[in-house]
Design a protein around this ligand. Structure first.
Ligand code: CDP
Ligand code: MG
Length: 145
């Protein structure tokens, strides 16, 4: 089964949106495989967003993720097509395309204050899970389905 990495960004944490955002992922068929609160180290934030290193907004983005003393909530969800389905729950990157009912439409303020990250492909999910959960994930398997 596919896995994805979801992170509530510091702006979501500061605005007390943790429970509201986690609740958006309670879809049947998604299984929680990892959940923790942590301080985002600069080296990890830079590695996480390394594909965007040339962008004008990169320093601000890494600064936001590490602006301390902040925490991010990092989650791993597993399920069929979980990457694409979680991106639908999250909503578009571009504010002009924020669909009603998505997390970003409901809570984001602007493109750089969009409260949540979700992996965009199998490769990035693998990289991000290894980066943020070097200790590994829960070993459990849901037996209800
Ligand atoms: O987060 P998502 O995958 O939807 O978008 P991205 O294109 O991978 O960009 C990563 C993050 O960079 C966004 O979530 C924004 O926080 C930030 N960003 C920004 O501040 N300004 C932009 N013009 C584009 C992205
Ligand atoms: Mg992205």
């Amino acid at each position: 089964m596919e896995q994805t990495f979801i992170m509530i960004k510091p702006d979501g944490v500061h605005r007390n949106l943790i429970s509201e955002i986690i609740g958006r992922f309670k879809c049947s068929g998604f299984h929680l495989k990892g959940l923790k609160v942590l301080n985002a180290e600069r080296s990890i934030a830079e590695k996480h967003y390394e594909d965007l290193a040339g962008k004008r907004y990169f320093p601000a983005l890494v600064g936001d993720i590490t602006s301390g003393p902040v925490v991010v909530v990092a989650m791993v969800w597993e399920g069929d097509n979980v990457i694409v389905n979680c991106r639908k729950i999250i909503g578009a990157s571009d504010p002009s395309k924020w669909e009603p009912g998505t997390v970003r439409a409901d809570y984001a303020i602007e493109i750089g204050r969009n409260v949540i990250h979700g992996s965009d492909s199998i490769e990035s999910a693998r990289k991000e899970i290894a980066l943020w959960f070097p200790e590994g994930l829960f070993g459990w398997k849901c037996n209800l389905y």
